[in-house]
Design a protein around this ligand. Sequence first.
Ligand SMILES: NC(=O)c1ccc[n+]([C@@H]2O[C@H](COP(=O)([O-])OP(=O)(O)OC[C@H]3O[C@@H](n4cnc5c(N)ncnc54)[C@H](OP(=O)(O)O)[C@@H]3O)[C@@H](O)[C@H]2O)c1
Length: 295
Amino acid sequence: MARIAITGGTGFVGIHTTRALAAAGHELRLLARGNRGGPRPAGAEWMRADVVTGDGLADGMRGCDAVVNLVAIIREKGRQTFARVNAEGTANVARAAAEARVGHLVHVSAIGVDPDPRYAYLASKWEGEQAVRGGTVPFTVLRPSLVFGPGDGFFTVLARLIRLNPVVPVVGDGRALFQPISVSDLARIVAICIERGPSRAVHEVGGPDQLTYEQIIDIIKAETGRVRRRNVHVPVGAMLPLAMVFEKVLPNPPVTPGQLRLLEKANVTSPDAVVSQFGFEPLRFAENADYLHEY
Ligand SMILES: NC(=O)c1ccc[n+]([C@@H]2O[C@H](COP(=O)([O-])OP(=O)(O)OC[C@H]3O[C@@H](n4cnc5c(N)ncnc54)[C@H](OP(=O)(O)O)[C@@H]3O)[C@@H](O)[C@H]2O)c1
């Protein structure tokens, strides 16, 4: 049994990771700005911490054997910018883990991280990842492709879009490849990483299937009984002005310009990445998309 702090433990990946680590018998401390409530496994306590200011981080990690870092944002809002949360915030997590003398930092990065400033999210995730790899705490870095499961922020948005519209807008040519991985499999991988100890390596992980954006839409249509909805291709250039207006005027825009650009970028790794590195068969999106009926 280990004592583990999970920064971002109240989020989508965090909830599932908390369950997997609790089931493995670990004692958990979830660090985030807010206590989102909801059912929480016994032995998981919440403490307030902010990766941007650093408040509460080292205190929350004190006495822990490992830290799992799951804090990041995919869209900027007010003071929560990519630079502050994904880049500097991750560096603050790495520093706090060193200060608290934690023995292992498992950092969840993302496939496609890249210093290229045209992709601001990926560039900030790249910078954060570098801070972990260049820090003093022994680490394991996981780079997942898109993560699916109840509460996800991508597939559920597409399901809603398909439900609400008579035609389905497909951004660009719809041919960019993704390799959806189930959130329960990602949580299981984190638990394996904790058990193995720091690998000091970067592990890309994805599900068994490489799917185009349009194939993902078609799977969701089939799963939710809306195969008759017609796909209409819309060039990214035509969607960008609308997304820019959404971003300016809506508190929670359905899509941001940055997210549109990400839809054109391949997000895949080897199809056997999970089997070869973690020794189990990950779930297929097409056979495990039934949760989307609720959205
Ligand atoms: N979901 C995917 O498809 C996907 C794909 C590839 C990689 N990833 C990576 O997986 C990780 C988890 O993603 P997710 O989808 O679970 O995100 P999420 O649901 O948005 O959860 C983010 C978590 O971070 C916390 N947080 C946000 N800002 C914070 C701050 N300033 N200080 C402290 N905590 C803060 C949130 O709680 P509060 O807001 O209450 O603070 C929440 O617990 C991220 O690193 C993400 O880049 C996700």
